[in-house]
Design a protein around this ligand. Sequence first.
Ligand code: ASP
Length: 410
Amino acid sequence: MKKISLNLQILAGCALGIAGGLWLAADGPTPHTQQTLYGARLAGNLFLDLLRMVLVPLIFTSIATGVASLSAHQRMHRVWTTTLLFFFATMALAIVIGFGAAHLFRPGEGLQLAMFAEATQNYQARQMPLPDYIAQFLRGLFQNPFKALAQGDILAVVVVALFLGIALVAGGERYRNLRTLLDELQELCLRIVGWIMRLAPLGLAALLMQLVATQQAALLASLAHFIAVVIGSTLFHGVVVLPLILWLLTGMTPVHFLKASRTALLTAFATSSSAATLPVSLRCAEQHLHVKKEIASFVVPLGATVNMDGTALYEAAAALFVARLAGIELDLASQAIVFCVAMLGAVGAPGIPSVGMLSMVLVLESVGLPTEAIAILLPIDRILDTVRTAVNVEGDLVGSVVVQRLAERG
Ligand code: ASP
């Protein structure tokens, strides 16, 4: 009998997980459902733990070796600039789409903040003024590397790895052994990722089952319009805009791209974490999208930390939504502030579940909207985080293909 491919197993796992979740939700809170949910939570968390186990060494070695080999090809400058330009341009586009959708479909009209009064009372928003946030962001960049590695502080790890990569280049031949060592360590991490991925069908099924079974139907229904607008516009960005950019710049067809990156997108969807998905994204970029190792190793891990199209889009749309709930129409100047803060928030947010919520507080505060509105956004965030994270990861993968093509042209 022909072995079923891993891709197919993962698809089947996701479908089974969603079906199982719906079934559990319909069954109500019986002891049997509780036990099944407990098992699903355990299995899902173990799968995430496994991915996180390789995450920090993988990011560190990928970026350091990525930078080191880039400059060996004298293309460093071009790859750097193209990558950053691509990240910022696509995030800006995402924010514009978020604004556009919120203006066009006007979610929140007719909904009253008062109906969420209880939830609002129960939530203590984390308050932090914008200058404090920027200061904290900047200070978090440079840290003791051992502390950053041990605590899994991804942004700081990225910065240390960038420095190390540049120092390796500056030192030249002298550090050849260390470069080989880092190369081999990265290869080892990817080999372990290959093993972990065999468990992906099960892990993703468990995560999705738990997600679907624990959503509150009533709340979803009352916010259905907003949910539909956010998911619809995020999908528009992911299914139309990004593939179009990819096709125009590289000639790769959307079907080919989506097929090649399917595993990473599904993993992002089920884990809601670009960081946890990184090992899978890196594999997809190198093995299925055929991005050269030195480019993928640089663009994809960096993207997982700074490039978040879905998050940026969400924050823009949600700001207008909350404004409407509060009976305020944001003027152009306020929208410009939201634009900048949403971009900063998306860049600063580490790729973990629901972290967009923290920078959301900042976005609301920056234009004087009630931060308590987070209480409305939080309960539906798990649902929105799925699609948002998948599009975040898609942006990184599209970026790696585009950068490779543009850097080669030069
Ligand atoms: N969960 C998202 C990610 O990991 C971040 C967010 O909450 O927006 O990409």
